[in-house]
Ligand binder design. Structure first.
Ligand code: GDP
Length: 524
């Protein structure tokens, strides 16, 4: 197949949701259609139920064995679909944000009873920032649900995006009769006991009297509601969806495999093939001949006997070839990648070639960090993998003086993986770890001990935010750093960071130093 066709048939996306809305169930049903798995129950939930470290480690162990669950690729009707898994737990949302930099579109799953939940809002904010096209799937229609119009209002208001229903439900809960596909004017009846039957009944129009034969008096309500849908919502325009301005909406029940194939069929048709990516130097188009890609995730092998890691590389342009030399731009060093893995049909296998939109796993012994650019020579640097200001801070101290080297190495590598962020106080040289949640501290401690044989102790540090500072006026900057020297630190790349004790102090400092910009993400 020609290079261009390979690009055009690729669909790389992520499924996001608030925990419990049905992401895992939907993923599994999509994989069933793609033939990637044969039985339900094969996809492990990545949920941390009790919020406990042991739970997290257990999940990581399973994932470590089958890293494939991080990326699931399959063929469907001539398309190559790549689903990128995102962690559900909010303490690991930064991992999710980074994964979203590697997708070309997103499906947002919403629980029909609960509507838009806090995590959905946060994830949507990231999509908006990047203008990622999103499709909304309203799940659990087999359960008592909110009125669909109310739900649509909620999505528009809270997710700040225009919606366009492309299917419409007929009742919900025990009375759920099915969905009417507005796009291709067909009815699908819901039969909870027969899963996955995709019998569609075609109509010329909703005014077709046969509609009553199938759904009785609900036909009148459906006609009224569809009229309202057409009146209230804009026409569906694919450009609007691709520009990230309009979200098409589908209704269904992932558990009963209902409405999932419709979603998949529409998805492959309308969702974007790999889009251009941005580097500090220029825009990179997928169809360029030169190979380029970036590392968006590093997965440690939790097995203590093999301290290897896998760097996940999203291919942005050109063809990736096994055994060719590629350059890690940050290190200025070239590597031969002899056993790159692809993630197909839920197992990993060595690949000879990979195309833009694909994700490959590169075995790594510590050469890659998150955000690294890989090319066949050109000096470019991919953008868009910012670090967010952490929300919790602790001093990290060595609890076993005999193992200080191990501790240093362990902390370094965990930070390279993006588990948390490390700052070094410019005042006293103490190491500070910043996270977005308590669970991360526990995971760090656990992994340092089990993977590196090092022990650490955390000491409390009451801190509001770490801000990256920027100023054009060298004199002002020097003055600022002198005045605030007790609160200055360096991040891992040596950039200046101001550690604000409280939001009040941050505001005061911002007022006092008007020439200085305070950033809450590392990329500005
Ligand atoms: P995730 O946290 O978003 O990955 O959610 P899961 O896929 O693990 O689903 C959470 C719970 O909701 C599980 O018990 C599922 O069986 C259930 N569930 C998922 N989809 C549906 C659905 O369409 N209908 C019903 N009734 N339950 C569902």
């Amino acid at each position: 197949m020609a290079f261009l066709e390979e690009i055009q048939r690729r669909r790389t996306f992520g499924i996001v949701s608030h925990p419990d809305a049905g992401k895992t169930t939907l993923t599994e049903k999509l994989l069933l259609f793609g033939g990637a798995i044969r039985v339900a129950g094969a996809v492990k939930s990545n949920k941390i139920k009790k919020g406990a470290t042991s739970d997290f480690m257990e999940i990581e162990r399973q994932r470590g064995i089958s890293v494939a669950t991080s990326v699931m690729g399959f063929e469907y009707n001539g398309y190559k679909v790549n689903i990128l898994d995102t962690p559900g737990h909010q303490d690991f949302q930064e991992d999710t944000f980074r994964t979203l930099t590697a997708v070309d579109s997103v499906i947002i799953v919403i629980d029909a009873a609960k509507g838009v939940e806090p995590q959905t809002e946060k994830l949507m904010a990231v999509c908006r920032m990047r203008k990622t096209p999103v499709i909304v799937f309203v799940n659990k229609m087999d359960r008592p649900a909110q009125d669909p119009f109310t739900l649509m209002d909620e999505v528009e208001e809270q997710l700040k995006i225009k919606v366009r229903p492309l299917s419409w439900p007929i009742n919900n809960g025990p009375d759920f009769k099915g969905v009417y596909n507005i796009f291709n004017k067909s009815l699908k009846l819901f039969k909870p006991d027969i899963q996955g039957i995709e019998e569609r009944i075609k109509f010329e129009d909703v005014s077709d009297p046969r509609l009553k034969d199938y759904i009785g008096d609900d036909a009148d309500t459906l006609r009224e509601e569809l009229e309202l849908v057409d009146g209230v919502y804009p026409e569906y325009e694919n450009e609007q969806y691709l520009a990230g301005n309009l979200a098409p909406v589908f209704f269904g029940s992932a558990l009963y495999n209902f409405g999932v194939q419709e979603l998949l069929d529409a998805f492959v048709k309308i969702a974007p093939s790999p889009r251009p990516s941005f580097t500090e130097e220029r825009e990179v188009k997928p169809e360029e001949k030169g190979f380029s890609g970036f590392v968006f995730k590093i997965h440690a092998n939790i097995d203590p006997n093999h301290r290897s890691r896998i760097a996940f590389v999203k291919i942005c342009s050109g063809v990736f070839e096994r055994n060719k030399m590629y350059k890690n731009i940050r290190l200025g060093k070239s590597f031969r990648i002899s056993s790159p893995t692809a993630f197909m049909a839920s197992q990993k296998e060595i690949v000879e070639f990979a195309y833009p939109g694909d994700i490959i796993g590169v075995p790594d012994t510590g050469n890659f960090i998150i955000g690294d650019t890989l090319t066949d020579g050109e000096e470019i640097h991919f953008k868009g993998l910012p670090s967010f200001s952490p929300e919790m801070f602790r001093f990290v101290e060595n609890a076993d003086p005999m193992k200080s080297k191990q501790l240093g190495k362990g902390v370094d590598q965990l930070m390279d993986e993006g588990v948390a962020q490390l700052f070094t106080s410019s005042f006293n040289g103490r190491k500070i770890i910043g996270t977005v949640g308590q669970l991360q501290f526990e995971v760090i401690q656990y992994r340092l001990e089990h993977e590196y044989g090092a022990k650490c102790r955390f000491e409390p540090l009451s801190m509001h935010k770490a801000c990256w500072i920027e100023c054009n006026n060298e004199k002002v900057l020097t003055e600022f750093k002198k005045r605030k020297h007790q609160k200055m630190a360096k991040d891992k790349l040596g950039r200046d960071v101001f550690m604000a004790d409280s939001s009040f102090i941050l505001r005061m400092t911002q007022d006092e130093f008007k020439d200085i910009k305070f950033h809450f993400t590392s990329e500005f």
